[in-house]
Ligand binder design. Structure first.
Ligand code: 5GP
Length: 125
């Protein structure tokens, strides 16, 4: 069920619970600003979710409410993960859903990192 992506933040959303260690995940990376793990239902050979550690509902919330340090730290982490996985030469795709029309399902901001094969058109017909 798509969510609005707007506050208030639901502290019991599934990614908040993964961040607290209440639900297991296949961790790929962690630093002060970001946590990354494999998507449970991968849409590409490599499909990783990168989430900020702070409580932000969506890109809309993160881009307005997060500090410059949080935004910079998060974006650098996304790039670092792709670099660590050797994805810069073959290439990769980033995607962030925000709100109902995007189909956002989890109300904690996340970036999808897709890779591992040619990824086709950007948006399905
Ligand atoms: P959204 O549609 O909100 O942009 O993407 C949510 C993503 O979270 C989906 O790709 C979905 O497969 C993934 N997901 C949902 N629940 C879980 C879970 O419990 N663990 C993991 N690893 N991924 C999840």
């Amino acid at each position: 069920m798509p969510v609005s992506g707007l506050p208030p933040y639901d502290t019991n959303n599934i990614f908040a619970r993964i961040l607290r260690g209440e639900i297991p995940s296949r961790k790929v990376y962690e630093d002060e600003w970001a946590f990354a793990f494999h998507d449970i239902n991968p849409q590409a050979p490599i499909h990783i979710l990168v989430v900020p550690k702070g409580p932000y509902c969506s890109f809309a919330d993160f881009s307005t409410e997060a500090s410059d340090a949080e935004i910079a730290g998060f974006m650098r982490a996304v790039g670092q993960i792709a670099r660590d996985l050797g994805l810069e030469t073959p290439g990769y795709r980033l995607l962030a859903n925000m709100g109902a029309h995007s189909g956002q399902e989890v109300p904690h901001f996340h970036v999808h990192l897709f890779a591992g094969k040619p990824l086709g058109r950007m948006i399905a017909e």
